[in-house]
Design a protein around this ligand. Sequence first.
Ligand SMILES: [Zn+2]
Length: 321
Amino acid sequence: MRLSLALAMSLVASSAASDFLLQVPVACSVGADCHIQNYFDHLPSEAAQDYRCGALSYDGHKGTDFALPTLAEMRAGVDVLAAAPGVVRGVRDGMADVRHAPENAAAIAKRECGNGVVIAHEDGWETQYCHMRQGTVRVSSGERVPAGAVLGKVGLSGKTQFPHLHLSVRKDGRPVDPFVPGGPMDCTAPTDDLWAGTLDYQAGGLLSVGFSDEIPDYAVVLDGTAARTDLSTRAPALVLFGLAFGGRAGDVMRLEVSGPQGMIFVQDVILEKTQAQVYRASGRRLTESQWQSGTYTGTVDLLRHGMSISRKTISIRIGTE
Ligand SMILES: [Zn+2]
C-alpha cells in the first residue's frame, strides 16, 4: 500500500512539468497534407528565428502557423480542433476570407486574428485560434469543450496571406512557444514540448506539384487549380511545376519529366534567396507534330546541400488510347 502510494506520488511529480498537453489543432496530417509554415519567433531583434534556429518565422510572431498547401484544401474544408479541454472565452466570425494586402489593412485593424476562438484551460493556460473560415465557427462563449472538439474550419480571414490556422499559447497571459515552453530555444529538438504526440520539425518541403500545357500563374498555383489532369497530344508544351515552403538560398528545385519513350528533361533551378514559399516551373515545347500518347511522370525534388529533403511525384495521361 505504502509502496504503491509512493510510486503514484513520484509519477505525479515527474509529470508535473508537462501536465498541460496540446493536441494538434488541425484535422490534417502535419508534414503530409499540411505543414507548419511559421513557428514562434525567439529573437528580440528585427530578424526572426524559430526554435530550431531556422528561418521559419517572422519578426514578432508569437504563435504557430499550421498551413494548408493551397486554397483548394481550404475550400474542401479542414477542421480546426481544440488543442486541450477548456472553456470558450471568446469567439468571432463574419470576417471575409481575403488574402491580406495593404489596401485592406484598415478593414481588419484590431481584428488581425480574423475569425477566431479563445479557450481558457486549467492553471492559467490559454489557446487562441485565428484566421478561421467565414461562417464556420461553431462554438460559443461559455461553452465547455473537450480536446479535439471541432471549433470551425481553417480559413483566410484577418491578417494572413495563405490559408492557415494560427495557434497562440499563453500561460498567465504570457506567450509561450509550445515547442520550447521551458524557455529560450537552443536550436535542438526539445524533450519537454507541450505536444501530446510527436510533431517533427520540417525545414521546408514540397506543397504541390502538377503538369500543365503552359507556365501557370503563381496565383493559380496558390489557388490549387493549376494542375491539369490530362492533356492532348497537341498540347503546345509540357510543363511541370512545384510549390514549396521554407526555401533557402542555395537550395535546388529539381524538375524531372519522363514519358513513354524515356527521359524528356531534368531541370535544376537554384533558389537565389530564402523565401517562405517558392514556386518554380520548367517545360518543353512541342517540337514534333504531337506528343506520343501514354503516361508521363513528373518528379519534383527539393534539394538542400545536394540531398533531397522533399519529393513529390505525379503522373498525367496524354492523349487517349
Ligand atoms: Zn501566425
